[in-house]
Every structure is written in structure tokens, then in C-alpha cells.
Design a protein around this ligand. Structure first.
Ligand SMILES: Nc1ncnc2c1ncn2[C@@H]1O[C@H](COP(=O)(O)OP(=O)(O)O)[C@@H](O)[C@H]1O
Ligand SMILES: [Mg+2]
Length: 372
């Protein structure tokens, strides 16, 4: 699947931008504040219906205007789709798919899987477990058809349980009723996640097979309750035992809502032993391995949006990351301040370069920077 073209208007500083995308590498080059991140944000917004920089959509509307619009043409499974989205400052959202109005953004998300890597993605290591759950659950969402339904059902039960914790004084039958469902869904989720993490680790190991440091890393999925409790009955017992403490705290301490992924080198967490540059390489390897798992699972091919690829990296690490990117077959958008940071690593027939200046975009066809 790939993005064929995009038109964005009144989105941040992009007053009216149109381009035809290259099926492989699209390099977006420009100085600070020119609009590079905004361009990635526009693509991300179409795919997710939200931004990665703000949760206030009115911030995305260009100053002194009332609404932004995004139009894209996509090719997915030999079909072309046209997506349109308009959002105004009051929050009204209009979505069109192939000329007809649609109500749910999820229809766009299913057509346009996107993975994003920005300097903020370090949160995957330094942020809480939620960041890591979101990471592997995104892969599961695209790879495992039963996952999303199971996840939704579990979250409903968890909500019920947490609400009940605030009102019940004793562990009664009603509690037991919810906990039995909680436990069944917890084990279902855990099995899907474990199978997925095993696949992810396999893909990671293949991707990084030439790299000694990456090969020394091990992945461990923490299920969200003690390892030694490996039957539903044992987890049910734990929930009963922690009732008093759970209700004091007002939430459930054990369960798949607490799952985490630990990445370790010699029993020590990666973020404690790897340098920042090495962590950035690890971050790319993880995301690209996830892309490969999604690709290998069937029809989907996520887009990769990479903001500021070269920042904090030396030449050798940049080369290493491009060696991971070489065989992914996904469409990639990369921003950089200078073209020289990235162009030497990609064959010229595989890339298109776009120059951004004050929210204006020009396509360049050769490395001399002559505009077509
Ligand atoms: N709603 C908006 N309307 C107009 N300009 C905006 C809006 N939001 C942000 N900007 C401006 O857009 C410019 C581009 O930002 P950004 O895409 O982050 O640049 P880059 O990634 O190239 O450094 C910045 O100068 C920013 O001040
Ligand atoms: Mg930027």
C-alpha cells in the first residue's frame, strides 16, 4: 500500500501543498520551521484522526483561517482510493472515502497503517509501560484479527471492575462475576501478545543479524501479573486477594492493562546500558521489525514516517539504519535539514526529494537541486 498523492491546505503553515509521492523513499528537506514535521503530521492525521504533537485539533488549523483540508490518493491491494478530510476550528469533521461521506475514521486507519519515528519516540524506552504496550498492540491490531475485539471486551470489563472497586465494600458475587471474565480475557490477550512478541523478536533478529550489539539483546514480555501465576484460577485468586488494596487505590493493580516489554542486554535494561545513538538504532530496528511482521502477515504494508532521521546519529549509525530500511518495501517519508544527511544512503532511482520553505513545497528531481 502506498500514498500516491497528497494535497494539504491551511494545515499549520502549509497553505496549499500538493505532491505526488515516490513509492519508495520521499525525502523532505528544509530548514527549521519550514514545515517538514507539519507535512508528516498531515499524513499521520489522515491515518489516525489525531496528531502526534497536540491533542487540540484547532492548533492544526492555519492561523487566521477557519478549517484545514487533506486529500490523499492511495493505492491498496491494486485499488485506488481517494480520502478527504476537512476539520474546522469548532471541531466539525467531514470525511469522504471514494466520493461518499463516511462517519468513522477507523475506515481510514484500516486503509492506511502508519508507523511514526520522531525524536520523541525515545519515550518507548524512557516513558512508562503504556508507550511499549501501544507499540506492540499496534502490531497486534494489524496482524492478529481477534486482537482488537478481545482488547475492547477486556477494557469494558476492566472499566466495570474499576467502577465497582469504588462502590463495593466486600468481595461479593457480583465482583466474582466480573473477575471471571477479567481472567478469561486476560489469558486470551496474554497468549496473543506472547505469540506476537515471539514473532517480533524473530523479525528483529533477522533484521539485525549483522550487528553484534543488537544480537545480544533479549526481549521479555511481562504479562502484568507475577510470572509464576500461570493458570486462570491462580490469577483469579490474586484478584480476590488484592481486592482490599485495589479498592483503597481505586484501580486494578494486576492484569494485562499492566503488561510491559523489557529489552535487556546481559540482564540489564537497554536504556541503562546503551548510548543514545545506540538506542536510536534500536528504536529503528524495533519499528522496522514491526513493519516486517505486519508485511509478512498479509496484505498490509505500513507507511513509515521518520522525522529528523539523522539527528544524534553519526555516519556509521545512519548507514546502519539505512541498511535496515533497504529491504522493507514500504513507502518511507524522511525529513532532514540537509539533503546530504540522507541522500548518499539511498539509490537515486529509489528516491524523490522535496524541498520545503515557508510552508511551500517544490519537488526536485536530481541531486544538484534543480527543480523539475
Ligand atoms: N496553526 C498554525 N498556523 C500557521 N503556522 C503554524 C501553525 N502551527 C505551527 N505553525 C508554524 O509552522 C511552522 C512549521 O513548523 P514545523 O512543521 O514544525 O517545521 P519543521 O519541522 O520544518 O522544523 C513553524 O514556523 C510554526 O511556527
Ligand atoms: Mg520538525
Amino acid at each position: 500500500m502506498s500514498l500516491l498523492s497528497l494535497h494539504a491546505s491551511q494545515f499549520r503553515n502549509l497553505t496549499a501543498v500538493s505532491f505526488n509521492a515516490h513509492p519508495q523513499f520521499n525525502l523532505v528537506v528544509g530548514s527549521n520551521g519550514s514545515g517538514k514535521t507539519s507535512l508528516l503530521e498531515a499524513i499521520y492525521y489522515l491515518a489516525h484522526g489525531r496528531s502526534f504533537r497536540t491533542n487540540r485539533p484547532q492548533r492544526l488549523v492555519q492561523h487566521d483561517t477557519d478549517a484545514f483540508t487533506l486529500h490523499a490518493k492511495l493505492s491498496a491491494q491494486q485499488q485506488t482510493h481517494s480520502l478527504g478530510l476537512k476539520r474546522d476550528k469548532q471541531g466539525e469533521l467531514v470525511l469522504r472515502l471514494n466520493g461518499a461521506n463516511v462517519n468513522r475514521l477507523a475506515e481510514f486507519a484500516a486503509l492506511l497503517p502508519v508507523q511514526l519515528i520522531t525524536p520523541d519516540s525515545f519515550r518507548l524506552f524512557f516513558g512508562g509501560p503504556k508507550e511499549r504496550r501501544q507499540f506492540f498492540d499496534m502490531g497486534l491490531f494489524h496482524v492478529e484479527p481477534n486482537f482488537f475485539d478481545c482488547w475492547l471486551r477486556f477494557n469494558k470489563v476492566l472499566k466495570q471492575r474499576n467502577a465497582l472497586l469504588k462502590t463495593s465494600r466486600h468481595y461479593d458475587n457480583q465482583f466474582q462475576f466480573w473477575d471471571e471474565q477479567f481472567v478469561a480475557l486476560a489469558f486470551e490477550l496474554q497468549q496473543l501478545r506472547q505469540a506476537y512478541v515471539t514473532r517480533l523478536q524473530q523479525a528483529f533478529s533477522e533484521l539485525t543479524n549483522a550487528d553484534a550489539l543488537m544480537q545480544q539483546l533479549s526481549f521479555q514480555l511481562q504479562q502484568g501479573w507475577p510470572d509464576k501465576l500461570n493458570t486462570p484460577e491462580q490469577l483469579l485468586q490474586l484478584l480476590q486477594q488484592s481486592f482490599a488494596q485495589d479498592s483503597r487505590m481505586g484501580f486494578s493493580q494486576h492484569g494485562p492493562q499492566k503488561a510491559d516489554l523489557k529489552i535487556k542486554k546481559d540482564q540489564v535494561s537497554a536504556e541503562e546500558v546503551l548510548s543514545r545513538g545506540q538506542l536510536k538504532v534500536l528504536l529503528f530496528a524495533l519499528k522496522i521489525a514491526q513493519n516486517n511482521v505486519i508485511r509478512d502477515s498479509g496484505k498490509k504494508q505500513p507507511l513509515l514516517l521518520i522525522d529528523d532521521l539523522a539527528s544524534e546519529l553519526d555516519q556509521a549509525s545512519t548507514r546502519q539504519i539505512f541498511s535496515y530500511l533497504r529491504d522493507i518495501n514500504s513507502q518511507v517519508f524522511i525529513t532532514a535539514i540537509n539533503a546530504e544527511q540522507v541522500t548518499p544512503f539511498i539509490a537515486s532511482e529509489k528516491q524523490a526529494m522535496f524541498h520545503v520553505e515557508h510552508g511551500q513545497l517544490t519537488a526536485r528531481t536530481d541531486n544538484d537541486g534543480r527543480t523539475k
